[in-house]
Design a protein around this ligand. Structure first.
Ligand SMILES: Nc1ncnc2c1ncn2[C@@H]1O[C@H](COP(=O)(O)OP(=O)(O)OP(=O)(O)O)[C@@H](O)[C@H]1O
Ligand SMILES: N[C@@H](CCO)C(=O)O
Length: 317
């Protein structure tokens, strides 16, 4: 359960008095997620998400993330905005953490996406990229390719405690991905960078919400789609590839935004990079999450298995 920071009922009730958002009725910690602390908050006037930003989100980056959300929401994308308080401030401090009160969006995130759901989600990413084309602020990718080697070294030989031989195996793949990276030659833009099924809310086959923009950054646009492919087109253990789901996702994206031949040609390498990125962040968390943290760690090896599948065959055919 991702609640790193406990918020007392008294502190939350006092926090809500800054907003025109009614009075506190109930609040409970949200089980999903690994990055931030999230609470579902019901008030006398509605339902909200309270997010307290933890380890990987810097308070300095919050204005960028909130600007991305405002830009998308103003153009009709189903993303949650942060509520301004009566003085117009959306970024606050609560229990010593940066905090925002966020609009609640309906829908549920799917665990086993169907091709139709993947198509709709790919389409939503395509619309998002189209709408972000004229968004001018930029932010470097704090989990981008230049960070993978240092993170790999910080994990070091402890990787072998996760699985014997993992350090050498990942090191080999990391060298190959870095030397073959054609990122500079591909179109860049603002990307979500973490659009996993748990960050897409759906009702049936329709997308009702895109959430969790706290890795949004400027990077290779097709890398966003490759990340999505790694997250949507496999079972959760990463052992089984769902080709129809993967193809539907790409088709949805192409219909909404399009892929250049150069982007298409690089998708496998981009996906292998995405596997390294999530393998390493999960491995770091696996090795460093305090025993008393209320969070379910995610399995790094599920991304090692995906990487091997991308290595062995063309999963974009
Ligand atoms: N605006 C929202 N409307 C409805 N539900 C939301 C909203 N924001 C978050 N949630 C719920 O809270 C859960 C956790 O949120 P979120 O994915 O942002 O957390 P996180 O810790 O940043 O997760 P991740 O591990 O994906 O980085 C979501 O899966 C969703 O169920
Ligand atoms: N979506 C990521 C968590 C955020 O970095 C994962 O599943 O590893």
């Amino acid at each position: 359960m991702a609640v790193y920071t406990q918020v007392s009922a008294e502190a939350l009730a006092a926090f809500l008095t800054r907003f025109d958002a009614g009075e506190l009725v109930s609040a409970k910690g949200i089980a999903e997620g690994v990055e931030n602390s999230n609470y579902l908050v019901d008030t006398t006037t509605g339902r909200f998400i309270l997010t307290l930003y933890e380890k990987r989100v810097s308070a300095d980056d919050l204005p960028f993330f909130l600007a991305v959300l405002d830009h998308l929401a103003a153009r009709g994308l189903p993303v949650p905005r942060a509520l301004p308080d009566r003085e117009g401030r959306a970024i606050h401090s609560l229990e010593g953490r940066p905090a925002c009160l966020i609009e609640f969006l309906p829908g549920v995130s799917v665990t086993h996406p169907t091709p139709a759901q993947a198509h709709a989600a790919g389409e939503a990413m395509g619309r998002m990229h189209a709408v972000l084309a004229d968004f001018t602020p930029t932010r470097p990718n704090s989990m981008g390719i230049d960070t993978w080697q240092p993170l790999f070294e910080r994990c070091g030989r402890d990787l072998d405690a996760i699985s014997p031989g993992l350090y050498d195996d990942v090191g080999f793949q990391l060298d190959a991905v870095r030397s073959g990276w054609a990122g500079d030659l591909l179109p860049h833009g603002v990307i979500h960078a973490d659009l996993f099924p748990d960050n897409v809310l759906m009702r049936g086959d329709s997308v009702t919400g895109l959430i969790d923009f706290y890795f949004a950054c400027t990077d290779v646009r097709a890398f966003d789609l490759a990340i999505m492919h790694t997250a949507w087109a496999f079972d959760t253990t990463g052992s089984h590839f769902e080709r129809e789901v993967g193809n539907a996702l790409i088709r949805g994206y192409e219909q909404a935004f399009g892929l250049t031949p150069a982007e298409r040609a690089e998708l496998t390498k981009l996906a292998k990079g995405a596997c390294i990125r999530f393998l390493l962040s999960r491995a770091w968390d696996w090795l460093n999450t305090p025993a008393d943290a209320l969070v379910t760690r995610k399995d790094p090896l599920a991304y090692w298995r995906r990487l091997q599948l991308y290595d062995r065959g063309d999963l974009f055919a």
